[in-house]
Design a protein around this ligand. Structure first.
Ligand code: AMP
Length: 613
């Protein structure tokens, strides 16, 4: 230990002392100038060997691993104080008295340590301190608190007073030197060139592998050429690509030409890293937090439904109603973000993962491949049945179009189905890590419309239920309004949520006498809205909805026209539909012809209150 370990290498000397690092910590802490911090970091980096660089980088962040790795020290302030008292042989009340004055454990320890010159200090290397802290962080389970305390006691004894100030802050997670990752990227450039010219290049690499220790190590070892080694890496999250925004379908087509339109799911984004051999799956949130522990159902789904040996993909996780097959609004999906009762909630609100990106598989990086190629590859790595009740993973459906009108209809339909809007993607676009690039354009509405009135609808039929609803024999029911011009009933919603068990039973029994084998001639229903059981017009129900939207699959107010080739009819003006419809009550006092009419729905649509969100 000590002086004889100092070794001069082509990069600098090996074996820098923690004490020297602590002097840098102090200088960095005491300046508010970003430029000065950049220069200080660069001069520190110059002194380190590549190996030391990586580890020192983590210590500068108050850690022993990169931020996205879930290794926590797990020491509270009181355990750190306990170690200090043992190490320094100080009386507790004297310590606490000083602590009250200082308001900072690190500074308090520093003060006591300064007075105790009798200890033989060993001047530990950065690497020795790093190793000790790494062991401290990684020990858990029974007896681990004692191991942690002992390690700290040892370090407090061996290190000088200034080092003790900073050391104390690391296990408590309070080491905040006041610089961002971006300042470190500047400092890397500064280290190599004395200026910020290389920052864009370095930042690009950081977006692919946001591990400052690794990048620092590469730059130190190989200079700027070291960045060529920076590739998508399993279990290191890649900064996620973001989307531009517009509210104008014509503008999307203008910008992207013929493009891919996907529904925009309103859940949360997950980046999945999977290795078949070890069975390991890690899930990262948009801010790169490891959230694997929260979503055991997604993990099991990946293990079962992914065929690649190694893979990184992205998707949107969204809550699913196992009774009806409907997707849930964000407010319900978000309940899955929790630390407790995880298994229970996973049963109640299982998640489906709509995958839309592949970034890496079996040794190949896909981030530079055009979007359509990525999608092809992605399809090759999932083994799913296509039955949403069975699969956890599902591929985001796609519409390829260059027609702004078709895009608008698709968008309206997505809104009706409770989704947020659509995502338009450039067919040839590469994946741009960390960037809000123009290869993706999101099209959401900037307002949410509200209707106060309820709508009286005729029950037209129902689907068999799943799960618990299978016992009732009814899982979702189709409702419509009266089209006075055509004297027909036309659909506005299929409802699968919001009814009590009693209400489901009531609905079933009141409709029993009215069941008919064929779709009644009075009903105009799109084939996508067809039901298992048809009911003659009889029961009227009062429905509350969030808003009236437009959908190509509902027939209220829908206008069709002949397609270009003259064969089939296609939607010209989509129908009216209810967004988030809920049953209020049965209207036993109403006859079917007294249901709300299409013209009333149209007028409600035109007068609904649009509030900007
Ligand atoms: P925003 O959060 O409004 O900027 O929209 C971008 C987010 O939409 C992404 O981060 C995803 O979480 C989410 N998203 C939902 N569906 C898709 C999709 N099909 N493709 C890409 N992102 C999607």
């Amino acid at each position: 230990m000590g002086a004889q370990r100092v070794l001069v290498t082509k990069w600098g000397r090996f074996g820098m002392k923690f004490q020297e690092l602590a002097i840098y910590f102090e200088k960095i802490e005491s300046t508010a100038s970003r430029l000065e911090i950049t220069e200080l970091l660069a001069s520190l980096f110059k002194e380190l060997t590549p190996y030391e660089m990586g580890k020192t980088m983590y210590l500068l962040q108050g850690r022993v691993v990169p931020l996205f790795e879930k290794v926590e020290f797990g020491m509270a302030e009181k355990s750190v104080i306990k170690s200090a008292l043992v190490a320094l042989q100080v009386d507790r009340s004297a310590f606490m008295h000083e602590f009250e004055k200082q308001g900072d454990v690190g500074r308090t320890i520093e003060i006591f340590k300064k007075e105790l010159l009798t200890f033989e200090q060993q001047d530990l290397d950065i690497l020795e301190v790093y190793d000790a802290l790494h062991t401290l962080a990684c020990s858990n389970g029974t007896g681990s608190q004692e191991v942690k305390t002992n390690i700290l006691v040892h370090l407090f004894r061996e290190l000088d007073s200034l080092s003790c100030r900073f050391l104390a802050r690391i296990p408590m997670g309070t080491m905040r030197l006041g610089f961002s990752d971006m300042t470190v990227l500047d400092a890397f450039s500064w280290m190599l060139t004395g200026g910020k010219t290389l920052r864009p290049q370095i930042e690009k690499a950081y977006h692919v592998r946001p591990d400052l220790g690794y990048i620092g190590n590469q730059l130190k070892a190989q200079g700027i050429d070291g960045l060529e080694q920076v590739k998508p890496t399993l279990f290191t999250p890649i900064l996620m690509m973001r989307a531009e925004r517009t509210n104008n379908p014509a503008e999307i087509i203008e910008k992207l030409g013929e493009c891919v339109i996907e529904p925009k799911y309103d859940g949360f984004r997950l980046q999945v890293h999977y290795q078949k051999k070890s069975g390991e799956v890690r899930l990262y949130s948009r801010n790169l937090e490891d959230v694997s522990a929260m979503y055991p159902d997604v993990i099991a789904g990946i293990q079962k439904e992914i065929t690649a040996d190694e893979l990184i993909l992205e998707g949107e996780a969204i809550g699913f109603d196992p009774h009806t097959g409907n997707f849930l609004p964000f407010q319900e999906t978000v309940q899955r973000k929790r630390k407790y009762d995880i298994a229970e909630k996973a049963k109640e609100i299982p998640l489906k993962l709509f995958v839309f990106e592949i970034l890496y598989a079996n040794g190949t990086s896909y981030i530079q491949s055009p979007f359509m190629e990525r999608r092809n590859a992605l399809e090759g790595f999932v083994a799913i049945t296509g039955d949403i009740f069975q699969d956890t993973i599902t591929l985001a459906p796609q519409l390829i179009t260059s027609d702004a009108h078709a895009l608008e209809i698709y968008f309206d339909d997505a809104i009706t189905r409770g989704l947020e809007g659509v995502m338009a993607k450039k067919k040839e676009g590469v994946y741009q890590p960390g960037a809000r690039g123009s290869n993706w354009i999101k099209f959401k509405r900037s307002y949410s419309a509200k209707i106060e009135d309820t709508i009286d609808c005729v029950v037209m039929g129902y689907d068999y239920g799943r799960g618990k609803r299978a016992d009732f024999g009814i899982g979702a029911f189709l409702v419509g309004v009266y089209d006075e011009e055509q004297d027909m009933f036309v659909t506005v919603a299929k409802i699968g949520t919001g009814l009590t068990d009693e209400e489901w039973k009531d609905l079933k029994s009141t409709s029993a006498a009215q069941i008919t084998e064929k779709q009644p001639a009075l009903y105009l229903v799109d084939k996508q809205m067809s039901v298992d059981i048809w009911i003659k017009p009889s029961a009227v129900v009062e429905i509350k909805a969030d808003e009236i939207t437009r959908s190509p699959v509902h027939t209220a107010g829908r206008v069709m026209k002949a397609s270009k080739n003259g064969n089939a009819l296609q939607v010209d003006i989509p129908g009216f539909a209810l967004r988030f419809p809920r049953l209020q009550r049965f209207r036993t006092d109403r006859r079917p012809e007294e249901a709300t009419t299409v013209s009333e729905v149209k007028s409600m649509f035109e007068h609904q209150v649009n509030t900007h969100s």
